[in-house]
Design a protein around this ligand. Structure first.
Ligand code: FAD
Length: 653
């Protein structure tokens, strides 16, 4: 998918105080009130709250978030309903999102002030991606998609129970109501889905009929004579492809997770948000003691002129990290700092960098360009070049972060357990030790054990289609006591050739080396000198003065894929793949899973584990639980382990 720049919506008010969108020459809601319309048209028209009663999850898709009044009214109705569904998921697409300031203005006199305040404070940046936001400890989930419905509807991976069709009027916003747009709704509809809209226009009714809905008009409100309501009654129901997305939750929501580093802990946290219970097994006695046990690491997004899959997934991942970890850093639960991060860039001139940003109209709250002088002042170092500034980036202690994720998940952690083999037995996934004693079993098994994932996969069914390279890294740290004047301590993380973090616990941390296929666990002087050289390159300082200082370090191995993107999803079934007639896209690749459960992988986090953890966990939880996918379909495919199975099918077919 090619993203398009986001132009924020403009907010004006009519003389009688009704909010207006000047671009569309239309009101955001009728003068009689937004909440009245929400209740009569969208909730009433979809027979809510009655229909969500007793459900595990109920998913609403809205076209046109606008001021968010339908979301607030739905959330309020959910809160008041004693029979409410366990989880309410509200997916909404908005082409012109308001700025946070305008949203606050629009809700200044909201009849639902607490909910409106929560929405305003969680309001994301206007970047072109999906923004998953959790309220009520994950029981109310808002998935906001900023962009054109034409781009985003085909990219949604959701199964929708109720549609709120709330764009501006067909006469003013015809693209929203085009027949092929409405046709898409049929592809996203769950069995028994309903739809409602205040529009009774012919084009809307015909479009819904063509998409497989039975359409009726019913009495309107707020000056509207008729509104449209519809039930999904398709003639055919398409069979989902074998590697596609399963909307249903498993009967037993229990998962075993091998590995309690950032990946395993994030998986447990995200699954708990979907109502799942996890048991985490780790060879180490404590969680996050191996690669995720570094004292600190940095996190930030990415920017590329083409806004391709790497830039888009890392942007979504960085925003998710900022949202989740930022709060815990602020509360002092995770050591770290969220005050931005600088990434040096010597290949771009100031003009070229600013032109690239302007072309994408990317929100400055996400990334900004700083020339050398400004970046140097901000960091407190004499930097050698200009830099990208990620305001939502920073550094944190990965061990704290992983342990907080684990604690929030309420999962059982079992340390000191070395899993030697996995196997499928009587419909369950079993993990066994060296003596082939069963350690535990569950319908769902997640391999989040870093570089060890491939070994366990090989122990189960043999071949593994993706290479995972172990890239050794050594970080260095120096005590700052007695040397503060000479050591280059930045005010915020600075990355480029290597990185340096602000001093913490009286130490300056910098690094790191990058040595593929080097298995030496010993700390090496030569690597420390290399790290000092990188520090000199970042700070413009002479390293000689520090080379004799006593130092500490830590060695770890990154699990790196050949395309530098993580592996997140259901493990392909290669035997079935060899027999299949079509597997040219990940969704056609058969998997090692069925309606009861399956085998999943979450690894390959490379040197960006902190950034990937939260979103990766949410993506994995969507695979396992059937919750709406937090990423667009093409990005889900980009991280799907099945991408490595496609060449095998192509060469065999
Ligand atoms: C030097 C260095 C610097 C880095 N700096 C940064 C940085 O600044 N920012 C950043 O985002 N990332 C950084 N990273 C990368 C980051 O640390 C990793 O991406 C992340 O820790 C990987 O997490 P994980 O959960 O996948 O793996 P791990 O943390 O390695 O967790 C895997 C767990 O699985 C367990 N396990 C393995 N096999 C078995 C088995 N058979 N049975 C039971 N348990 C098993 C292990 O004991 C381990 O606890 C750095 C990495 C290195 C090496």
């Amino acid at each position: 998918m090619k993203t398009a720049p986001i132009t924020p919506g403009r907010l004006a008010f009519s003389p009688d105080g009704v909010p207006l969108a000047p671009e569309f020459g239309d009101v955001y809601h009728p003068a009689a009130g937004a909440l009245q319309q929400a209740h009569h048209v969208f909730l009433g028209g979809n027979r809510l709250p009655a229909r969500w009663g007793g459900r595990g999850r109920f998913v609403i898709l809205e076209t046109g978030f606008g001021l968010g009044n339908n979301f607030l009214a739905t959330w309020d109705a959910w809160q008041r309903d004693p029979q409410r569904c366990e989880r309410l998921v509200f997916v909404s697409i908005e082409k012109h999102p308001l700025t946070r300031e305008d949203l606050a203005r629009a809700h200044a006199a909201s009849p639902l002030p607490e909910l409106a305040r929560a929405l305003v404070s969680a309001w994301p940046l206007s970047t072109p991606n999906l923004h998953p936001i959790a309220f009520e400890g994950g029981r109310v989930q808002l998935l906001l998609g900023f962009g054109d419905v034409a781009l985003l509807l085909p990219q949604l991976v959701v199964s929708v129970d109720a549609f709120f069709l709330d764009g501006f009027a067909p006469a003013r916003n015809p693209e929203m109501w085009e027949p092929r747009r409405l046709q898409r709704l049929g592809r996203l509809a769950a069995p028994g889905a309903t739809a409602a809209t205040w529009s009774a226009a012919r084009v809307v009714r015909d479009g819904l009929s063509a998409a497989g809905f039975t359409v009726e008009t019913t009495a309107g409100t707020g000056g509207k004579r008729d509104i449209t309501v519809a039930r999904f009654t398709p003639r055919h129901i398409a069979v989902p492809p074998p590697g596609g997305w399963h909307a249903h939750d498993a009967a037993s929501r229990e998962a075993l997770v091998i590995g309690a580093g950032l990946a395993g802990c994030a998986a447990a946290w995200a699954l708990s948000q979907q109502g799942w219970q996890c048991q985490l097994l780790d060879r180490a006695a404590e969680p996050a003691d191996v690669t995720s046990g570094n004292p600190a690491g940095l996190f930030h997004g990415s920017f590329h002129r083409d806004d391709g899959p790497h830039a888009r997934t890392l942007r979504a991942a960085a925003l998710a990290t900022e949202r989740l970890a930022g709060a815990w850093i602020a509360q002092g639960r995770v050591s770290g700092q969220l005050a931005g991060c600088l990434r040096l860039e010597s290949r771009w001139s100031d003009d070229a960098a600013r032109a690239a940003m302007a072309a994408q109209q990317i929100a400055p709250g996400y990334i900004d360009w700083m020339d050398r002088a400004v970046a140097s002042t901000l960091s407190g170092l004499a930097l050698p070049s200009g830099a990208w500034f990620y305001p939502g980036g920073g550094w944190l202690a990965p061990r704290d972060y992983a342990r907080e994720l684990l604690a929030r998940s309420g999962s059982l952690f079992r340390g000191g357990i070395d899993v030697a083999t996995i196997e499928r037995h009587s419909g369950l996934w079993r993990v066994l030790d060296e003596q082939r004693q069963v350690i535990a079993e569950a319908p769902v098994l997640v391999l989040a054990n870093g570089l060890g994932a491939n070994g366990l996969l090989a122990s189960g069914r043999g071949e593994v289609p993706w290479p995972l390279t172990a890239v050794r890294g050594q970080i260095s740290s120096l005590a700052t006591d007695g040397h503060p004047a000479t050591l280059p301590c930045p005010r915020l993380p600075v990355a480029g050739g290597g990185y340096v973090l602000p001093q913490t616990g009286g130490r300056l941390l910098f690094g790191a080396t990058s040595q593929p296929d080097d298995i030496d666990p010993a700390l090496r002087d030569a690597d420390h000198r290399f790290n000092l050289q990188q520090l000199a390159g970042l700070s413009g300082c002479d390293v000689e003065a520090w080379s004799s200082l006593p130092w500490q370090g830590r060695v770890g191995w990154r699990a790196v894929t050949s395309d530098r993107l993580p592996l997140i999803g259901a493990v392909p079934d290669l035997e079935a793949l060899d027999r299949t007639s079509r597997a040219d896209q990940p969704r056609f690749v058969p998997r090692q899973r069925d309606a009861r459960g399956g085998l999943y992988v979450f690894t390959g986090l490379g040197s960006r584990g902190i950034t990937w953890a939260a979103l990766g966990g949410q993506l994995l939880a969507s695979w396992i639980s059937g919750a709406p996918c937090p990423l667009e379909a093409d990005l889900r495919d980009a991280l799907d382990p099945a991408r490595y199975a496609l060449p095998r099918w192509r060469s065999d077919s």
